[in-house]
Design a binder for this molecule. Sequence first.
Ligand SMILES: [Zn+2]
Length: 528
Amino acid sequence: MGYEVLARKWRPQVFADVVGQNHVTQTLHNAIQSGRLAHAYLFVGPRGTGKTTTARILAKALNCQNRQGSEPCGSCASCKEIVNGSSLDVIEIDGASNRGIDNVQELRDNVRYAPVRGPYKIYIIDEVHMLSRDAFNALLKTLEEPPPHVKFFFATTEPQKVLSTILSRCQRFDLRRISVADITAQLQKIAKAEGITISADALLAIARGAEGGLRDAESALDQLVSFRGKTIEEADVLSVFGLISRTQLEGLTDAILDGNIPAIIEAVAKIDQSGKDMQRVVLELLDQFRNLLIVMHAGKNFAAFDLPETQIDTLKKQAARSSDGRLLRIIELLIDADSRMRYALSKRTMLETALIRASRAATVATIDELMKQVVALKAAPAVSMAQESPAEYDVKKKPTDDLERLKSAWAELIEHMSKGAPQAKHYLTDTIPLSASDTHVTIGIDPEFSGELSNLENPRTLLFIQKTLSSFLKRPVSVGFSILAGSLKCLPTDTPVQGLTDKQKYYTNPAVRSVMETFSGEIFDIRK
Ligand SMILES: [Zn+2]
């Protein structure tokens, strides 16, 4: 006997073996037990989730000569005939290849005859949405007055294309995408039985690639065995399916969250060199950021989410460095990139730009955050103006302290940076730290010297400034620049806090600056 592919060999033969669709199998179990059966069932769901498999098990169960509870016995003549496709009572029709009216006409003539062996004559029509309109209508006539011995089981991936008059005559079951946890567990079981040694990361990579379809996951395992033999590592899976590794994915996520543009550019170059599928990378990142959002709101209830335990710690750490507003913006940008990439000539450029945009979204305050700061600011000015201390305007204590530390050490920091990058001193002379969040420092540039911006944004210079500020603040920060609305000339650089006019104080306040940058605004008037 020849080699039997895993998906076929491991196809579930009883309801209990169907993976991840308990809501369907339980209902069918109850229907069989109570004898309350519909004339027509419609199984809806993505490819490879078990639609026709469930329909076949149901057909076997209904015609089984020795049913065990609600399960087919698998060994009676009827069960055996259905499994090997020779049953005269269970007729399978592929809607995709039998689109014409003739087959349905034949079907209508055929349904009048009583079943040969079992109590029911069962028609399983796969991809039923593919039938032509005439075929649909002919089918409908049979469905309207089905003989009592006839059952119809339809399966489709696209229920919206099935006529509503047909839909209304069916009991519908929606099969779900199968969870990563369920897919890895099933693959593990198969691997063990088949003597395949496969690492946990490799299993996870297959499950990621299968996108909720168990059959695809099993076919992938098949391919890998023929490609690599019976020992499979994550790298094998990644190279066969053009996926990037979990470490790469997490590194890229870190770079986006940190606004670390040089790291993003480097990562994209590596992905490109290794010939990975760029579109796929975007989808994987989407998944990662969606997971971050889930982890952020999950509390302690991780069990309810389809996340492998090995990932949860990393996700928790990454989530702690962002906010849901920022994550949502990144997700929107990635969705946008995904749809635009389909038509892009240079997927690499598209990916690079999208990720740099995402990194900006990760480090720039959201409107929500700004509004909160504005509200706090409105409540504060009377007191703080009296104290002549701009630090009072800030909402968060810690970044304010950092900003003050940066400001007072700025001259020394510039001096230090000039040792590693001599030109940096020149570029940085007319700058001032404007804001310092947990992960990002914004440096303001005197409008008169805005021409230096491109020099400062040179990846090497930027990286150096980033390193210096990170070591000064004792945590990794990204760095961005912003052209000031007013000149720095009148600000003494060593003690920028002293002797400022009200307007200047607001210009240097990070919250006000963020609002001004977001809305491209200027300060016209200050009302107390
Ligand atoms: Zn049987």
